[in-house]
Every structure is written in C-alpha cells, then in structure tokens.
Design a protein around this ligand. Sequence first.
Ligand code: ATP
Ligand code: MG
Length: 279
Amino acid sequence: MTRRVPTSPSLREQLQAQLADCKMPGALEALDDVLRRCDDGALAPGEAIAAVLGAHIELRNARRLQTAMRSARLPAVKTLADFDFSFQPSVKREQIESLHTLGFVERKENVVLLGPPGVGKTHLALSLAVAAAQRGRRVYFTTLADLLHSLEDAQAAGRLAPRLRTLVVPSLMVIDEIGYLPITRTGAMLFFQLLSRRYEQAATILTSNKGFEDWGEIFGDDVMAAALVDRLVHHCHIVNIRGNSYRLRQHRDLARLLQQDGATRRQAPAREDATLPQG
Ligand SMILES: Nc1ncnc2c1ncn2[C@@H]1O[C@H](COP(=O)(O)OP(=O)(O)OP(=O)(O)O)[C@@H](O)[C@H]1O
Ligand SMILES: [Mg+2]
C-alpha cells in the first residue's frame, strides 16, 4: 500500500495561487475541504480533482444563471428535475432529456411546445432556457405580447432594423404564449420578420395553446401564417402535450369539466408528437 503524504502548507498555497490565477473562485473555496478529505483518505486523487472542478462548475453555472435572470428576463427558474413526468404521460421523457442536451441550440433548430393551459409548456421552455444560460449561451425570454409591443415601439421610433438585429443575437429565444391575445396585422408582420431573420441563424422556442391549424386565425392571415409555420417547422422539434393542468391537480373534478368543455369546442385535434425530419 502506498503511504499517504499529507498536503504540505506550501503545496496548499501553490494550489490556492493557481486557482486564483485561473479565476476559479468556486474551486478555491472548496480546496481546503477537498484537501482535508484527501488527507483523511476519504477521497482518491481522481475524486479530489473531480470535486474541485465540480465546485468550480457549480459556482460558474450559478453565476451565469444569475446574470441570465437579469439579461434574459427569465420570469422564474424551472428545471427538468422539477418536472413531474408521471403527471404528464403524453410528454416523452427521452425527447425532453435529449432537448436538454441543447444540440438543437448548436444546430439552430426550433422547439414548439403545444398544449392547453397549465400542462407545463412554459415550465419546459424555461428549463431549456436555464440549461442554455448555464452553458453560457445567450438567452432571451419574452411573451409574444411583450415582443410585439417592443417591436411596434421600435418601428414607431424608426428603430426597427437595429431592434431586429439585436433580437437575432441570442442563441436561444423563448417566445411564450402564442394564441392567448389577439395580434394586429402589423404585429403579425413584425413577428414574421423576426422569425425570418432568426431562421437558420439561431434557435427559437415557441409555446402555444393552439395547434398550427389555428395559427391563421391568431395572425389574422392564413397565407402569412402558412409561410411562418413553414419556416418554423423546417428544423423543428414539436412537443405536443395533451393532459390536465398541473395548476388544477388538486381540483380533479373542475379539471375534468374544463377538459370536456375544451374538447367539445375544439374543432381539429392537435398534431401528433413529432420531431420533423431535417432537410
Ligand atoms: N409536470 C409538471 N411537473 C411539475 N410542475 C409542473 C408540471 N406541469 C406544470 N407544472 C407547474 O405548473 C405551473 C403551470 O405550468 P406552466 O406555466 O408551464 O403551464 P403552461 O402550459 O405554460 O400554461 P399556460 O398555457 O396557461 O401558460 C407552473 O408552476 C409549472 O412549474
Ligand atoms: Mg405558459
């Protein structure tokens, strides 16, 4: 058996200086504890390196998220770990976990989350945004209504072009709540321009309570909606959630009533879950 050599004060100081030089405050903070556990024989050398790097990554991710909460305007922090898949069986865990590896952001693809109120569309969109922010990607979250207000203001001020350029910069943009509020014709045209700019340039996540077949009605123009959906679904992962509202989970009878009412009023069924083929 090899003899364990306790960490000398000079080695400790050298490690502290190196971690400070590399700007790794999380690792620096964890160092004493990790070295103590090494000296006690509780950690093998490989485990010690993993613990120090893990502490660095944890603090870095927390800071990135803090910054993103301000700059990305995330309304809340939601994570995949908080999502109860057993409550929403129509959501395929493999599809959602695969999306959280963020390949779609690298490939500049889109994600569309469809489903009735309370089924977790915003939750999943936010958890993807949080994951991207933690990986250091630039993220921007907005509702469609807020986005259109800002675009209309920019247009009125003669600053539409720079505003659109700014909105193409985030690697991941979440546009939440398509379908709840009416959209003016100008709003629809501005939205179309933005999505056309981001098409194949950056990834976008959209959420809607309406299936694509109703988007013509939302945008007040079937032709434009068709062109928009065409660009959107070219490289797109569709998550179609059918189920009960999580908000109403403690009110099962009320949820059932609302669901029956919605089903009788809905004309066309939503599309099947699908990841559209590329190309
Ligand atoms: N499967 C789930 N597991 C855990 N929490 C969930 C789940 N689904 C939804 N929630 C929580 O329920 C609340 C409502 O979900 P969310 O806001 O994502 O719904 P939504 O589909 O966006 O609804 P809306 O169309 O009304 O905006 C949130 O607090 C969310 O975190
Ligand atoms: Mg929502």
